[in-house]
Design a protein around this ligand. Structure first.
Ligand SMILES: Nc1ncnc2c1ncn2[C@@H]1O[C@H](COP(=O)(O)OP(=O)(O)O)[C@@H](O)[C@H]1O
Ligand SMILES: [Mg+2]
Length: 502
């Protein structure tokens, strides 16, 4: 079954404009209906007045005739001589156009109406006569729909002085036409008004909401800042014009600015404390260097010149010496990391990676004679831009890992190639692979496999953290792909040529 997509919510602008237009439409319709009803009622009142005078005049006409039943004005002097009774009413003086008449003298009914356009006197149909006859007893004016061409009529019945029952009517077509015209005019004016109001409302609302867009823009810009790391200058604020607390949008803008102030302070505090910690680590490492060198020097000196020392003491001195070497390495690593954290600029010199790798593999070979070391170099030398001692350290750390965290007899392949504008160094070994528990934190400080600790290999867990920090400072990338039997570290660095081309 296809799921229906939820309807997009209406924007505030759309809602406001549509509400205004809908309310105005409601008001227009109400005004229109009330006007038409009132107009119609007042027109009918006026028609009733005309009708009343027509009734009066008709009474005069009827009263002027004799009483023989079917003819009025039977005397030849009468202007109505020989006419049917209804016709004599219709033909009477000053009768309004469209008049309708029915006369019942007790025995016969005569009817007729004057045609609006031609003024000729026409007959009514049997059904219409019946409809009229039903109204003869009404004393007040009534509205009756006669159907056909005649439509609605306003009728009033009366009995003449001579006792003749008669009924006259006037068409309501004029009233209907006027009312329809008014309705049409109101409709058109309202529609035009609605369009104009919709346009103006849209414009006003957009103008009113524009500050909100600026506030949103500020929030969006701030949201894009990398606030989670490094030094962040959070200077972006909602413009002063949009922070007036007397307006709704201004309150939002002011609240956002206050929040940004707080965040800015919090970030500054965080940066200060981070800087202090870094400074502390750097200072401490630096201060530890000299005493460590002394310990190492004195123990070495004592061991060398101590022929008379018991073997236990010589062994202990050897341990002191080797541990001070290890600690010196640790202190150097910490110092280097602290400096990299400070974001100090590294050297930007072309470094021949080919030479660097040859040296590194030679050193590794010397340190790990039980391993098989392979080096795959391209025909052309490859140069990267960077800090040579740091890059040497990166490769040395990777090779040390390949030596220390694999069993004797493992094979290590070091390869170099240029891919696009990048130099790619890979260090691949066929050792046991990186423990699964480390996959997420491998490049973090002091992250090391559990087994390493017991090997007494001088594992600190800083090696890969330094690799990551140095490579990042070179705008490169380091990735790892490891499974039991194959572990590959891949370091990408910008090529020297590529950097020059920029
Ligand atoms: N080539 C490798 N083979 C297996 N495990 C490795 C390899 N390289 C690194 N590791 C694992 O990653 C951990 C972190 O390495 P590193 O940061 O160099 O610290 P360290 O070598 O001082 O322990 C190591 O303790 C080890 O468990
Ligand atoms: Mg290591």
């Amino acid at each position: 079954m296809p799921r229906r997509r939820p309807r997009a919510p209406w924007t505030l602008q759309r809602r406001l404009v549509l509400t205004v237009v809908a309310l105005l439409a409601l008001v227009s319709v109400t005004i229109g209906v009330v006007s038409v009803v009132i107009l119609r009622a007042s027109l009918i009142d006026r028609l009733d007045v005309q009708l009343a005078s027509a009734v009066e005049r008709s009474g005069v006409v009827l009263g002027g005739g004799d009483n023989d039943g079917d003819r009025f004005g039977d005397t030849p002097e009468s202007p109505y001589f020989g006419m049917p009774a209804a016709d004599s009413i219709l033909g009477g003086p000053a009768q309004p156009p469209g008049l309708l008449a029915l006369v019942y003298d007790g025995t016969t009914i005569t009817t007729g109406y004057t045609d609006d356009q031609s003024g000729a006197i026409e007959e009514l149909s049997g059904d219409q006569v019946q409809l009229l006859a039903d109204q003869v007893n009404q004393s007040a004016p009534v509205t009756v729909d006669l159907g056909g061409e005649l439509g609605e009529y306003r009728l009033q019945a009366h009995t003449s002085r001579t006792g003749i029952l008669y009924l006259v009517g006037l068409p309501l077509s004029g009233v209907a036409a006027t009312a329809a015209q008014l309705a049409l005019i109101i409709t058109f004016v309202s529609l035009a008004g609605l369009i104009v109001v919709a346009i103006i409302a849209a414009w006003v609302v957009r103008l009113a909401l524009r500050p909100l867009q600026r506030v949103t823009a500020t929030a969006t810009r701030v949201a894009q800042l990398p606030l989670d790391r490094g030094e962040v200058a959070l200077d972006d604020r909602v413009p002063a014009g949009d922070t007036d607390p007397r307006t709704e949008v201004g309150r939002v803008g002011a609240a956002l600015n206050r929040m940004l102030d707080h965040v800015d302070l919090a970030l500054e505090a965080r940066q200060t404390s981070e800087r202090k910690v870094r400074q502390f680590v750097a200072d401490a490492s630096h201060e530890l260097r000299t005493p460590l060198a002394s310990i190492r020097g004195y123990s070495e000196l004592t061991r060398r010149s101590g022929q008379h020392l018991p073997p236990d003491t010589i062994h202990a001195l050897g341990r002191i010496e080797s541990e001070s070497v290890r600690m010196t390495g640790l202190v150097e690593d910490l110092l280097l990391l602290a400096r990299l954290d400070e974001g100090r600029e590294l050297e930007q010199q072309p470094v021949d990676l080919t030479v660097l790798l040859v040296d590194a593999v030679n050193d590794a070979h010397a340190a790990g004679r039980d391993h098989v070391w392979n080096l795959e170099l391209p025909d052309e030398p490859i140069e990267a831009i960077g800090d040579e001692p740091r890059l040497r350290q990166v490769v040395a750390n990777l090779l040390a890992n390949a030596r220390v965290h694999t069993d004797a007899g493992s094979e290590v392949i070091v390869a170099l190639q240029a891919v696009g504008d990048r130099a790619v160094i890979t260090v691949t070994d066929n050792g046991p692979g990186i423990p699964e528990s480390l996959t997420d934190t491998l490049f973090e400080r002091f992250a090391r496999g559990d087994t390493s600790r017991f090997r007494g290999t001088g594992s600190t867990g800083l090696g890969l953290a330094i690799v990551a920090a140095v490579v990042a400072a070179h705008h490169g990338a380091v990735t790892v792909d490891s499974q039991p039997g194959r572990t590959q570290f891949r370091v990408e660095l910008p090529l020297a040529g590529a950097a020059e081309a920029h």
